[in-house]
Design a protein around this ligand. Structure first.
Ligand SMILES: *Cc1c(COP(=O)(O)O)cnc(C)c1O
Length: 381
């Protein structure tokens, strides 16, 4: 089956008791057993729920994976992955990592004796200098947030294999529609399903997929033991959201092209960060590993004044000023004061997050309305 057909059908059969075409919400915490220990594979809902199983099967097929596992948030999925490690183990992670992952690594797991190194993953010399006998995992995020750098997944996985590291790709920004890291031999692909997978800004959820039976067994054990598994209502909503993933992503990408080009030609805009431009430093890598370039775009303003970015953020009417991304509605964020506020200014500016930098999650509205909205907001500066 092809992507769009899998998005709608994978993991889902008509309900055996009624023929209902949509997977029922199995709102139950436990299951009746025929005799002690004899049941239909379902014993207690922290471990397994049929609505969640349908979602896990569907996600696994979209990532061309053997196994899928869902969690109560993206951070819950990331937490389970790090719990594969033991004290003394080391992880090499992308340097401009999602803030929540950075916080969990440095403020929670560092306390348990796991050591994290944050490295620019375009610099393979730096990777070779950092890896040592204790290194066990490579954690890659691409495209990066908010600078939209593209990291070469194949090269990173090659590096990981050479040094016997578990390779993890946070695929939240791309979604399985744009890139499939397991096809590039990665060990684990992780998602904040809160974003594009659900796509309607009404659920917080996480997921991971793998082809490795042993890793899957360990991760499923951790999920059930530690308990960050999602409920059936949320599983149903994400399963429903997935049915339009391919159609939504096509529109996100089409609107992304229009908005990126509009911004690049606007006299008040300094720089646009979007991997679809041939002038983007990693455009060739993006072309190699992504099906299209997506609707995540960052840009800075001429003069780089915070006040201008703030005025623009308050002047938009179709875009909303909010954290998060990947929903049907267009969002605008100001990384320096929102997602990256805790990073000291010199360090933040070194990585490109200047005072006027704005990040767009371009939604699936009519492109003309998005352009009119941005035109008006830029005129308000
Ligand atoms: C949002 C996000 C997460 C965390 O996911 P939650 O569902 O918010 O817990 C992890 N990685 C990336 C890239 C994200 O955007």
């Amino acid at each position: 089956m092809r992507f769009g057909t899998k998005a709608i059908h994978a993991g889902q059969e008509p309900d055996p008791t009624t023929g209902a075409i949509m997977t029922p919400i199995y709102q139950t915490s436990t299951y009746v057993q025929e005799s002690p220990g004899v049941h239909k594979g379902y014993a207690y809902a922290r471990g397994k729920n049929p609505t969640r199983v349908a979602l896990e099967r569907c996600l696994a097929e979209l990532e061309n994976a053997k196994h899928g596992l869902c969690f109560s948030s993206g951070m819950g999925a990331a937490d389970a992955i790090i719990k594969l490690l033991v004290p003394g183990d080391e992880v090499i992670a992308t340097d401009d990592l999602y803030g929540g992952s950075y916080r969990m690594f440095t403020k929670v797991f560092a306390k348990y004796g796991i050591v994290f190194h944050f490295v620019d993953m375009h610099d393979f010399d730096a990777l070779e200098r950092t890896v040592n006998a204790k290194t066990k995992m490579l954690w890659v995020e691409t495209p990066t947030n908010p600078m939209m750098k593209i990291i070469d997944i194949e090269r990173c996985v090659e590096f990981a294999k050479k040094h016997n590291l578990i390779s993890v790709i946070d695929n939240t920004f791309a979604s399985p529609y744009l890139q499939n890291p397991l096809d590039m031999n990665a060990d684990i692909v992780m998602h904040s399903a809160t974003k594009y997978l659900n796509g309607h800004s009404d659920v917080v959820m996480g997921a991971l997929c793998t082809n490795d039976d042993n890793l899957y067994e360990q991760l499923a054990f951790i999920a059930n033991s530690c308990g960050a598994t999602p409920g059936p209502q949320d599983s149903f909503l994400v399963l429903r959201g997935l049915k339009t993933l391919h159609v939504r992503m096509e529109r996100h990408c089409a609107n992304g092209v229009v908005v990126a080009n509009f911004l690049a030609n606007h006299p008040k805009v300094e720089k646009v960060y979007w991997p679809g431009f041939p002038s983007h430093p990693n455009h060739d890598v993006a072309k190699k590993q992504m099906r299209d370039f997506g609707g995540m775009i960052s840009f800075s303003l001429k003069g780089d004044r915070f006040e201008d970015a703030s005025k623009l953020a308050q002047a938009v009417r179709v875009f909303s000023l909010a954290e998060s991304l990947g929903g049907v509605e267009s969002l605008l964020g100001h990384p320096a004061s929102m997602t990256h506020a805790s990073i000291p200014k010199p360090e933040r500016e070194r990585s490109g997050i200047t005072d006027s930098l704005l990040r767009l999650s371009v939604g699936i509205e009519d492109a003309e309305d998005l352009i009119e909205d941005l035109t008006n907001a830029l005129n308000a500066i």
